[in-house]
Design a protein around this ligand. Structure first.
Ligand code: MG
Ligand code: ZN
Length: 396
């Protein structure tokens, strides 16, 4: 058993300077995969894509040690290693790595759904919607936060929450969205009430999971003004929201694509709060079980679990150096460049092995569904114009 400690370890960073310099002298050439992948015999009709924000092996294994439980990660038949650097930084933020995970393109830290030249790029959610699949996004952060935003919006700065909310209002690609961040719809700088505007455009808008008409094909659940509270307060919101969205999306004949984020693993690690990190990991694991149960019964659903980056520089050490009583030790309040893991189950899951870059995951997902990843990528550049002028003058 690991002891949960909130104490932050202090390191002499000078000791590590040489190592860091050695690492940074390598020039990592990160190739965006444009190779068509071999077709798998059994195609996936549905995709559930789960992202643990800030989750790498220390968070996963630490949660297992701390609780003495085997988490669902061990049930996935295929797993691999994923590098996360962005176009601008060795250490990525959630918008650049989210853009890689959703659109298959590297971009600069802070940018959402566009390449480094501010050219919007198409997300896997948008490609799936064009195929007649229903789509869903379920998170515990603002629905306008970086990780959900990269699936439906294109802005040069992740802090343009009001613009992201407006792009959600106008999206004809998103069927179901669940999370927090209602203030970007009803307490806006421009004074507009986007909730009313959404209702006028055919969205149903709810403020709790209770009483949702799951037969409705387009709805938003904006369950808090800000982020959802941490798991101790919000309870089983994430697994329940995932079940609710699955009820709606699984009614679609042509299948569905859903992204579910354990948004607050990252928040806890920024705070060096290992107890909350473990609780958020258990909540994410409960959500994985919802996805796996659905996929096991359904037989046509690909489940992919990964992360955007590691947060906290978390490790498991014995402070006495005796190899016997591991405890959590955070080494930073920020993100690190530690690679993350990917786990996959279902049709096409055999592609998710070995060492890969985060830009390669979308191609593998599209391939599992029998879609040509190269074709989807090519289309991206032709049908979208640069929109830099529209945003450059806006506030941060
Ligand atoms: Mg996030
Ligand atoms: Zn973070």
């Amino acid at each position: 058993m690991v002891t949960i400690v909130r104490k932050k370890m202090r390191y002499d960073y000078r000791k590590y300077l040489l190592i860091i310099l050695l690492f940074s002298s390598f020039s990592f050439s990160v190739g965006v995969s444009a190779q068509p992948l071999p077709q798998t015999a059994h195609r996936a009709k549905n995709v559930i894509y789960l992202i643990g924000d800030g989750m790498s092996l220390p968070q996963i294994y630490g949660a297992m040690l701390a609780t003495g439980q085997d988490l669902s990660f061990k049930q996935f038949p295929y797993s691999g290693i994923v590098t996360t650097r962005s176009a601008s930084n060795e250490i990525t933020d959630s918008s650049a790595s989210g853009t890689a995970l959703s659109c298959g393109k590297k971009t600069k830290n802070g940018m959402v759904g566009m390449n480094p030249d501010s050219i919007p790029v198409k997300s896997v959610l948008e490609v799936m919607a064009e195929q007649g699949k229903m789509t869903g996004v379920v998170v515990t952060s603002y629905v306008t936060h970086a990780t959900p935003a990269v699936f439906y919006s294109k802005v040069p700065k992740r802090s343009f929450y009001d613009d992201i909310a407006e792009q959600l209002l106008n999206s004809d690609k998103v069927n179901v969205i669940i999370g927090g961040g209602r203030k970007y719809f009803n307490q806006r700088q421009d004074g507009r009430n986007l909730i009313e505007e959404m209702q006028n455009k055919g969205w149903k808008v709810y403020d709790t999971l209770a009483g949702i008409d799951v037969a409705c094909r387009k709805y938003a659940v904006l369950a808090n003004q800000g982020h959802m509270p941490s798991v101790a307060m919000r309870g089983d919101f994430l697994p329940n929201a995932t079940k609710t969205a699955l009820q709606t999306l699984s009614k679609n004949e042509k299948g569905f694509f859903m992204m579910v984020e354990g948004s607050q693993i990252d928040f806890a690690c920024h705070e060096s709060d290992s107890a909350t990190m473990v609780a958020e990991m258990l909540d994410f694991d409960k959500t994985l079980r919802v996805a796996l149960d659905f996929a096991q019964k359904d037989g046509n659903t690909l489940v992919v679990v990964t992360a955007d980056h590691e947060t906290g520089g978390l490790t498991l050490i014995d402070p006495q150096g005796r190899y016997s009583s591991p405890c959590f030790a955070f080494s930073t309040h920020s993100h690190t460049c530690l690679p993350v893991a990917v786990f996959a189950f279902g049709p096409g899951s055999d592609q998710f092995t070995g060492w890969m870059d985060n830009t390669e995951i979308v191609g593998k997902i599209l391939n599992a569904c029998g879609l040509d990843a190269m074709e989807a990528t090519r289309e991206t550049r032709q049908d979208m114009e640069p929109i830099r002028e529209n945003f450059d003058s806006k506030r941060e």
